[in-house]
Design a binder for this molecule. Structure first.
Ligand code: G3I
Length: 353
């Protein structure tokens, strides 16, 4: 009887101690660890990256680490970024991104060797005859491709060479090098790194049939002439009002070339009308999610070998070029200003199903 009393007392004390411990220790919050896009997507998923944000904003870096297996420098590999004066190359920022990507074992897509825009003054002021221009053009391309050889998997060799009506854009390059400069840019890049995949990058496939026809004709011409081209970049800076049919046609028409397809700068504006007082609503977000789904679904339906990947143009809404370029409120990306996943992110997942 005495032993039983002792047992009951200890038992009661044990129960009391357990319950009081339970009161002190909160129930563990279930950790919902979802996968990143790179684990869900059967093709590479990426974003363009601002080196400054990557260096200074931890949540930004964390999203990139978690979500993506391909990165493109938003600006650091442009002519002004890498080649600020004729005899100076600046590698530091671009190398930072490459080192970051190597550490993660993810792909770097180079953007862009030749473009008519964002040119440093040494190019716009360049003086010389046709030979000097050709030499400058070739040296620019080959110095950069050689520097990143083995670490940058692919390049936008030429960006935006066509007008919306399908004619070749008159640029400083076409004026000094002749209309076949695009082909020679690909040849020079290939000489410098025969393993790099070479892309022609353009916008407007979703609204200009003349432009997409011109791009496809160029690709066919390159194939006939043996000019080394591996893929087409479709920038896809689009908006909520673009029709599903146009978005799908853009992707499928480009794929008719048989080349690899990179949706290379995807964003979906909610404020293409430049309304300064626009307020974001659930309806916007739902429509945007539906557009992301349409694009991803059409891309996912391409033959595996042609799916080079989808890259959004930066990560969170606050990082988007649209806000600074147009000085307007806009929310074009799959992550919000605080790097939370938006309905657009779910739209991407739905498109991958
Ligand atoms: O870095 C300077 C900073 O020092 C200076 O104080 C500031 C003042 O304006 O400018 C900063 O540079 C800006 C740079 O972005 C970095 O923020 C340039 O002015 C600005 O022109 C530049 O804009 C970039 C634009 O291309 C032009 O190169 C955008 O970030 C970039 O998103 C945009 O990307 C292009 C693709 O390359 C090609 N396809 C279209 C796409 C959107 O325009």
């Amino acid at each position: 009887m005495y032993k039983l009393l002792i047992l009951l007392t200890f038992g009661a004390l044990f129960l009391i101690s357990c319950s009081s411990k339970k009161d002190l220790i909160p129930d563990p919050v279930p950790v919902v660890e979802t996968k990143g896009l790179k684990e869900v997507s059967p093709f590479p998923f990426g974003a363009s990256v601002s080196i400054n944000l990557l260096k200074t904003r931890v949540p930004y870096e964390n999203v990139i680490r978690k979500e993506y297996n391909s990165v493109t420098a938003e600006n650091a590999m442009k002519i002004g970024g890498l080649h600020p004066s004729e005899n100076t190359f600046y590698w530091t920022d671009a190398d930072y991104l490459v080192t970051f990507a190597i550490g993660l074992g993810i792909r770097v897509h180079g953007h862009t060797l030749i473009w008519h825009s964002s040119l440093p003054s040494w190019v716009t002021n360049f003086q010389g005859d046709a030979v000097a221009w050709e030499n400058m053009f070739k040296t620019h391309i080959q110095t950069i491709v050689t520097h990143f050889k083995g670490n940058v998997t692919s390049w936008d060799v030429v960006n935006e060479a066509f007008n919306d009506d399908g004619t070749l854009r008159s640029t400083i390059w076409s004026q000094h090098l002749g209309n076949d400069y695009v082909a020679r840019a690909f040849q020079y890049a290939h000489e410098a790194d025969p393993n790099a995949l070479l892309f022609y990058n353009e916008y407007g496939h979703e609204y200009s049939s003349a432009k997409r026809t011109a791009v496809n004709n160029m690709a066919a011409d390159f194939k006939t002439r043996g000019i080394p081209i591996d893929g087409l970049g479709l920038q896809m800076h689009t908006n909520q009002n673009q029709t599903d049919a146009n978005l799908i046609t853009a992707i499928n028409t480009a794929a008719q070339t048989g080349l690899k397809i990179h949706i290379s700068e995807l964003d979906i504006s909610l404020n293409q009308a430049n309304n300064q007082s626009l307020v974001l609503t659930d309806a916007h977000l739902t429509l945007q999610a539906a557009k992301y789904k349409v694009i991803v679904k059409a891309f996912a339906a391409l033959p595996t070998a042609q799916r080079y990947g989808i890259t959004t143009w930066n990560v969170g809404d606050a990082d988007s070029w649209l806000r600074s370029f147009y000085n307007r409120p806009d929310w074009p990306l799959p992550f919000d200003d605080n790097y939370n996943r938006k309905p657009a992110y779910q739209g991407i997942l739905d498109g991958l199903k």
